[in-house]
Design a protein around this ligand. Structure first.
Ligand code: UDP
Ligand code: MG
Length: 312
């Protein structure tokens, strides 16, 4: 019998966990497949770990990996992928925003063999501040133009995938992880399932506006080199402009009798403008160097403090 691994990152989810566990167990046990629930406690400061110990004591399907501190959802998902034993695996938030009731349909689609993964996307962004939706749309539009990893607008991390896809994700061992990009970059045949956005059952979201802006910038830096070319483009443009100005100044000197130039303001403007562009380009380069720096250290993605399974 096939086995499905459910990977659920949890950060301060003591209230949502029992609800998710109950619902997921109900759905999974009704399916014609064996399953494991891998909960990754991402350094929660509430009773999440106690809750996980309690669930694991009462059910052999429950496995947990508990980090020594908060390493972020990306690290938690990676820990789950590295330790998933299933023929199929899915990442799910444990706040019920990724409804377990979709699993049977997703599994049935994969079993047909035409697709390697079934991914989910929100039908709309109802309930979200319009400004956030606007930025999100712009982000997807931009990233799909400047990156070879295609990313679907409104896609969630919730997707059920086959073993070869999981292996490909595990093989992408980069330190700076951006799962939406990784899923797109590795390819495979993906079926998109849309569903109505559901609010969180308990607890609160860990995402705030600036966190999302940071996340979007990370996505661009991790999956595109186009920003680096921006620096060269500016360089070429400025060289062109300065050449034209040179020609203009020489022509004026030769052709106009009184050619003394009183250009204090324009010189200051030009200096500030060019200085600004230089700093901007240096900043872009700095972003890439910072990523290289972290990548070169080869630090572990996460540190496990406790688990009820033997870890890979
Ligand atoms: N999460 C995590 N580590 C973090 C932040 C979030 O493991 O540092 C988990 C969280 O417990 C949840 C999932 O990632 O299961 C998605 O988080 P959240 O619901 O806050 O995001 P949203 O659904 O609002 O995008
Ligand atoms: Mg959520």
């Amino acid at each position: 019998m096939n086995m499905i691994s459910i990977i659920a990152p949890c950060y301060n989810e003591e209230a949502a966990l029992p609800i998710f566990y109950k619902e997921a167990t109900k759905v999974l046990s009704s399916m014609e497949a064996d399953y494991e629930l891998i909960f990754v406690n991402d350094g929660s400061r509430d009773g999440t770990l106690d809750e996980l110990r309690r669930l694991a004591a009462g059910d052999a399907h429950v496995k947990y990996i508990s980090f020594s501190r908060n390493f972020g959802k990306e690290a938690a998902m990676y820990a789950g992928f590295c330790n998933a034993k299933g023929d199929y695996a899915a990442v799910m938030d444990c706040d019920m925003q990724d409804p377990p009731s979709l699993l049977p349909e997703m599994y049935a689609i994969l079993k047909r063999g035409e697709y390697d993964s079934v991914a989910t996307r929100r039908e709309n962004r109802a309930g979200e501040p319009p400004i956030r939706s606007w930025f999100a749309h712009r982000f997807y539009h931009l990233i799909n133009r400047i990156s070879d990893a295609q990313m679907m607008d409104g896609a969630r991390d919730f997707r059920l995938m086959c073993r070869s896809m999981v292996d490909a994700i595990v093989a992408m061992g980069e330190y700076n992880r951006f799962s939406k990009g990784i899923f797109g970059w590795i390819g495979f045949r993906t079926y998109w399932l849309s569903y109505e956005n559901t609010p969180r059952v308990a607890g609160e979201t860990k995402w705030h506006f600036w966190g999302l802006v940071r996340y979007a910038i990370d996505g661009i830096i991790n999956f595109s080199q186009v920003p680096l070319s921006v620096a060269s483009l500016f360089g070429i443009l400025m060289t062109g402009v300065s050449f034209l100005m040179l020609v203009a100044i020489i022509a004026r000197k030769l052709l106009v009798a009184d050619s003394s130039i009183d250009g204090w303001a324009s010189i200051i403007c030009a200096i500030i403008f060019v200085g600004g562009i230089q700093l901007f380009c240096l900043g872009i380069m700095g972003q890439y160097i910072a990523k290289i720096y972290m990548e070169a250290k080869h630090r572990p993605h996460y540190i496990v403090a406790e688990s009820n399974i033997r870890l890979k």
